[in-house]
Design a binder for this molecule. Structure first.
Ligand code: BGC
Length: 268
């Protein structure tokens, strides 16, 4: 029986119809939050996540928006706030990869990843902060006036050949997150990042779907298992709840030890 630490609060999770976003949306719902399930394609997947979350006895709503488009993001926040009255938690999760060797990377591959992974986080964080400032404190539900969780990656720290566009966005998200934590701390808005390692989702199917790929991946993971979306969901609930009330401006790595660089266990 999950702890209902988020009862009475509303969370918006971008890219919540699959992968980590779906896992986070369900965990927040289990913890008692109402959840907006943002998606850009496959509405039927978003509706399935909504149905599961409603089964936890909270409200949920699927809203379509391309997070890289200002008008769509603003329309989504308006619909969300009209429906739920306000917003307490934003999980800036939507992200994608368009991998290429750097000398072969097209501007379109570079730009799409920047637009979705970085500009998308800017646009959604800006709307969330505007709402937190407009609404002010809600001490009956949380010590913080608002919480933002940015989905970063181990690749805000680990350089990644063949993925320079993706790694660049994750490095940038670190500074976006910390700058917002600095700028709005006195308004009691907490901003933190989750930095997942290899989590079993569609974004990295090639890394886990054959025994050879999985074994090779495990040479990078001291804890010797791939992560699951609910590993990330548990951390998101913690970061959204008052249990983490003194944490802001932090990047929390959740990676089975990927960032302790297992290759150095014999060598160096
Ligand atoms: C990437 C995955 C990758 C993982 C570990 C994530 O940020 O999206 O494709 O498996 O980092 O390298």
């Amino acid at each position: 029986m999950a702890d209902k630490k988020l009862t009475g609060q509303t969370a918006l999770v971008t890219g919540a119809n699959s992968g980590i976003g779906a896992g986070v949306a369900k965990s927040l719902g289990q913890a008692g939050a109402n959840v907006i399930v943002n998606y850009v394609s496959k509405p039927e997947d978003a509706e399935a996540v909504v149905a599961e979350i409603k089964g936890y006895g909270v409200d949920a709503l699927a809203l379509m928006a391309d997070v890289s488009k200002e008008d769509q993001v603003q329309a989504m926040f308006k619909q969300a706030i009209d429906h739920f009255g306000t917003l307490d938690i934003l999980v800036n999760n939507a992200g994608l990869q368009r991998d290429a060797k750097f000398h072969e990377m097209t501007l379109a591959q570079w730009q799409l990843v920047i637009d979705v992974n970085l500009t998308g986080q800017f646009l959604c964080a800006r709307e969330a902060i505007r709402e937190f400032l407009r609404r002010g404190p809600r001490p009956e539900v949380s010590k913080a006036t608002g919480k933002i969780i940015c989905m970063s990656s181990v690749h805000e720290l680990i350089p990644w050949a063949g993925h320079a566009n993706y790694a660049s966005t994750k490095g940038a998200i670190k500074m976006l997150m910390q700058s917002l934590a600095q700028e709005y701390g006195d308004r009691k808005i907490r901003v933190n990042s989750i930095c997942p390692g290899a989590i079993q989702t569609p974004i990295n199917t090639a890394a886990w779907s054959t025994p050879e790929a999985y074994n090779s991946l495990m040479t990078l993971v001291p804890y010797n298992r791939i992560g699951q979306p609910d590993d990330i969901g548990n951390l998101a609930v913690f970061l959204a709840s008052d249990d983490s009330d003194y944490i802001t401006g932090a990047s929390i790595f959740i990676d089975g030890g990927m960032t302790v660089f297992e290759g150095f266990s014999t060598g160096g």
